[in-house]
Design a protein. Structure first.
Length: 106
């Protein structure tokens, strides 16, 4: 049980980190785009280089998040592989609940 809560906490931390990094990227890109409206020539090249650097940093961050999430994905795959019938039952129950909720809407 403790392992599940640890994995859940790790997953939440990874998700929060990914969202904060993406938010920072969006804010930086927005700032750079606003600044680019008055630039021409060498200034525009500098801006393009900055945008390229920020995008590379974002790709590196996504790769880092993917690596950090790998243990959680592996644990999920191990659980599903070790408990196939429980996984089927949970999936069927979830499908039933979703079906009932969607059936009520119409």
């Amino acid at each position: 049980m403790a392992r599940k809560s640890t994995l859940k906490a790790d997953a939440e931390q990874i998700k929060d980190q990914a969202f904060s990094e993406l938010q920072a990227l969006i804010e930086e890109s927005d700032k750079l785009l606003k600044d680019s409206s008055t630039l021409v020539g060498e200034e525009a090249e500098t801006l393009r280089a900055q945008v390229g650097l920020k995008l590379k940093q974002a790709l590196d961050a996504v790769g880092g998040v993917r690596e950090k999430a790998k243990p959680a994905v592996d644990a999920t795959e191990d659980y599903i592989g070790g408990h196939p019938w429980q996984t089927v039952a949970i999936s069927a129950g979830f499908g039933l609940v979703v079906g009932l909720l969607l059936g009520r809407r119409s």
